[in-house]
Design a protein around this ligand. Structure first.
Ligand code: PLP
Length: 379
């Protein structure tokens, strides 16, 4: 049975060019970047070349990019070090964050006594930035704001430019989980005064096990992992040269094709919305998911007008791979914090959220197959 992959917000297939670039490194550039002889220095040059690529994309300096193993590690490091090393006593966040942010914050509350304040979203998943300003005004405690750029379940985009400006005005630190937007949207941190951000290569056709943290130069974070002077002593451990080259190649391809890929996925998304609305009466789309420009073009969050907790399993049996509106970390079918915080009790009782996410490999026929399968399952 042919498999139709519609879960690109969880992870993406590797591009052929990325595989080729990585195989070449594995075969030829096996040196340790810390070795002073030529083979090591060649590997080091690859690491630095790709660091520069990332820095250019974000309009920052290479010294502000620290390669890590993934988005989860980057977010953990940033949040925990803000508390342990930068004197943060209060964190403002929202229930929409990925588990790795949410649990890092909770751990800082439990272990370090940090005050944790939640900005509650409305039913569209919007955050009230006036409320954020009130919160920033209301305390003298050193504060970290951690709010994501785009939600990985609903797809809503958040105005990190405005949030960053507010944080700057009230002298709070600002971390944004940019895992779902890096390489999908242009980002310019020379204009957006975000202090910290995170990335994961496997969200844009790069390999798993590599990501980076953006750490603004003046902030003074300390490492989560110690025992070596790699990554300017901010992340010990021999560099994942193969992964870094894969990340760089995936970023190259994403940037070269950004407009074409975005257009392709926007068209697919519009087609999916049209087909689903026509064939499944009563269907809704969560948050701003169906609104162009207000949400990720890679993701459509459905609210099916019937209850079926086994739907992703049934779709899997038909060869269609999607996520059941819950976070990409566990594959669990239970409702997520994000869905619980934006859906009404009635919607939670009577409906089924489903996340469909696209890549430039996705075709119209894949959408047709999804719609047909959903109609069959509903019947
Ligand atoms: N943050 C967001 C918004 C995500 O979607 C993910 C995906 O799983 C992560 C963080 C974690 O990234 P990683 O899989 O690289 O640990």
């Amino acid at each position: 049975m042919k498999r139709i992959y519609l879960d690109n917000a969880a992870t993406t297939p590797l591009s052929e060019e990325v595989i080729d670039a990585m195989v070449s490194v594995m075969k030829n550039q096996y040196g340790n970047p810390s070795s002073t002889y030529s083979l090591g220095q060649e590997a080091k040059a690859l690491v630095e070349e790709n660091r520069r690529k990332v820095a250019d994309y974000l309009h920052v300096t290479p010294a502000e990019i620290i390669f890590t193993s993934c988005g989860t590690e980057s977010n953990n490091m940033i949040i925990k070090s803000c508390v342990d090393n930068l004197g943060v006593e209060r964190i403002i966040t929202s229930p929409l964050e990925h588990k790795c942010v949410a649990e890092s914050c909770l751990e800082m509350k439990k272990k370090r006594g940090v005050e944790l304040v939640y900005l509650r979203p409305d039913q569209k998943g919007d955050l009230d930035l006036n409320k954020l300003e009130e919160l920033l005004q209301s305390s003298d405690k050193k504060t970290l704001v951690t709010l994501m750029h785009a939600n990985n379940e609903v797809g809503n985009l958040y105005d990190i430019e405005k949030i960053a400006q507010l944080c700057k005005e009230y002298h709070a630190l600002f971390h944004s989980d940019t895992v779902q937007t890096v390489a999908h949207l242009p980002l310019d941190f020379s204009k957006t005064p975000v202090d910290f951000a995170s990335c994961s290569a496997h969200k844009f056709h790069g390999p798993k096990g590599i990501g980076f943290a953006f750490i603004r130069k003046s902030t003074g974070l300390k490492p989560l992992i110690v025992g070596g002077s790699q990554e300017r002593s901010l992340r010990a451990g021999t560099e994942n040269v193969t992964g870094i080259v894969g990340l760089g190649k995936a970023l190259d391809l994403a940037l070269e094709n950004m407009d074409a890929y975005a257009q392709h996925m926007e068209d697919l998304k519009a087609y999916a919305i049209e087909q689903l609305t026509e064939k499944i009466p009563g269907i809704k789309f969560n948050g701003h998911s169906a609104e162009k420009g207000e949400s990720l073009y890679t993701l459509l969050s459905l609210l099916l007008p019937f209850k079926n907790p086994l739907i992703s399993l049934q779709l899997d049996m038909k060869g269609i791979l999607v996520s059941q509106g819950s976070a990409c970390s566990s594959g669990a079918a239970k409702p997520s914090m994000v869905m619980m915080s934006i859906l009404s009790d009635d919607e939670m009782e009577q409906c089924t959220p489903l996340r469909v996410s696209f890549s430039h490999f996705t075709q119209k026929e894949d959408i047709d197959a999804l719609v047909t399968a959903l109609v069959e399952i509903k019947a």
